[in-house]
Ligand binder design. Structure first.
Ligand code: PLP
Length: 432
């Protein structure tokens, strides 16, 4: 009945998340509130990590794509699970550095990294910088030279694969702002340039075909395309690329109808294909990097709101307004993303109503869900939105000068604050 195994109903009829009464959490920490389940995060990280060991024998590293949820604590958890991370900005890098995240396990992405960002990344000694353009290769080479370092580089490729997902979160197709296109020979040119630049160590290639993908086939296909490219580079230039980064994009269950594939079967099928092609083309098994983001933290989070207003337009629609909205979860406004909602203090009751959940911003598009099933709502109820662990807190904004909510982490049925709620003073702290 719930979208995730860490949700249940307590004896008092309240929604229980990771063993903790969510109504009590709302009372203790206030609303809106992000709540995360540490056990599930660790299990997900561990499953990806172990599946690489179990099914693949060429060595690999799971790099949690931290744009999905970034704060000090998640980097501490990733560090203790001995996995790596992806960062895409100096802010994420700085946060990871603040908890001494091992530099050699960091992969740095982005289609327009600034000189300031590359300087810090190279200074800290990140494991890989994923180069996205010719001009960036030049810039990297210059900065590396200035710092008298060699920089390990992956080239971001666009493999020309269209995964079945929303166009804004699709990234592998030819018409993309990211990377070097394989089809027009651009990627081969990039390899030549990277090899010619003295301060760069060309370690491999990267692709990321999109997000919230349920099928395994597009991933297997991407691995095929990338390996064919590695073979082509070996044939034409006599240089064998060592690392193949296959990106992230594994889907999660937002609503009951979603059926994501088991994450282990991803590595199982990809490994099989990779071994096959490597044998056929006479290549060495590449080092594989995976970059799951959403699938690590998505189902491990919920958001709690308080219902503040109810408006019924007869024969049209019933609005249930909550004390958050697009400022803490812009995904409905951005992509029309669906979520499952539950009244936390009435979780044992039937969902007898159909409502539209509205946020509090001055924006008609500030909705969290349209025509969703819900228990009978009254002002003061606690509304839970499920599977909000990814791309919610990390996409939060200050629109309307709304303060960002706190984040609470649950472990062993105990809660601890990992990001405190913003104060009014935080809001004006940069204003001069
Ligand atoms: C966003 C992103 C990921 C993670 O995507 P998910 O869908 O959250 O798994 C991985 N790699 C790159 C390069 C990304 O941009």
């Amino acid at each position: 009945m719930f979208v995730s195994s860490n949700l249940s109903v307590g004896k008092n009829g309240h929604l229980v998340f990771a063993g903790v009464d969510t109504v009590s959490l709302a009372e203790e920490y206030g609303t809106p509130l992000y709540v995360m389940d540490e056990a599930m995060i660790r299990t997900n990280m561990g499953q990806f990590r172990d599946s690489v060991e179990q099914y693949y024998h060429g060595g690999g590293l799971v790099c949690y794509a931290s744009k999905a949820f970034s704060c000090k604590e998640i980097y501490r958890i990733a560090k203790s699970e001995q996995i790596g991370i992806d960062v895409v900005s100096i802010g994420e890098l700085y946060t990871a550095m603040s908890v001494e995240f091992p530099a050699e396990k960091i992969c740095y992405h982005g289609n327009n990294k600034t000189e300031e960002e590359l300087n810090l990344a190279i200074e800290y000694g990140v494991g890989w910088i994923v180069a996205d353009s010719f001009s960036e290769l030049e810039l990297l080479n210059r900065i590396a030279g200035e710092q008298r370092k060699n920089v390990k580089v992956l080239l971001r490729l666009t493999p020309g694969i269209e995964a079945h997902t929303h166009s804004f979160i699709q990234t592998g197709q030819i018409d993309s702002k990211f990377g070097f296109t394989i089809q027009f020979g651009t990627a081969m040119e990039a390899v030549k340039q990277a090899l010619a630049l003295p301060n760069l160590l060309l370690d491999g290639v990267h692709c990321h075909i999109g997000s919230q993908i349920f099928e395994i086939d597009p991933f297997v296909h991407a691995a095929e395309v990338i390996l064919s490219f590695i073979a082509q580079v070996k044939d034409e230039l006599g240089y064998e690329l060592h690392t193949m980064n296959l990106g992230g994009g594994f889907g999660i269950r937002y609503v009951p109808a979603d059926q994501p594939a088991a994450y282990r079967s991803y590595m199982e099928q990809v490994s099989k294909k990779v071994k096959e092609i490597v044998a056929e083309k006479g290549l060495t098994l590449p080092f594989i990097i995976l970059e799951p983001g959403r699938s690590i933290v998505g189902a491990a989070g919920i958001t709690l709101y308080r219902v503040g207003g109810i408006k019924e337009i007869p024969g049209v629609r019933k609005y249930v307004s909550v004390d958050g909205g697009m400022t803490d979860n812009p995904r409905y406004a951005l992509y029309g993303s669906e979520y499952d909602f539950i009244l936390a203090n009435k979780a044992g009751e039937e969902k007898v109503d159909t409502v539209t959940v509205a946020g509090r911003c001055c924006e008609s598009g500030d909705l969290l869900g349209k025509d969703v099933a819900l228990q009978n709502a009254q002002i003061g109820d606690i509304l839970a939105s499920c599977a909000t662990g990814a791309y919610n807190y990390s996409m939060a904004s200050h629109y309307n000068r709304v303060r960002k909510p706190a984040v609470v982490m649950l472990r062993d049925e105990k809660a601890r604050l990992i990001v405190r709620r913003e104060t009014l003073n935080d809001l004006i702290s940069c204003d001069l």
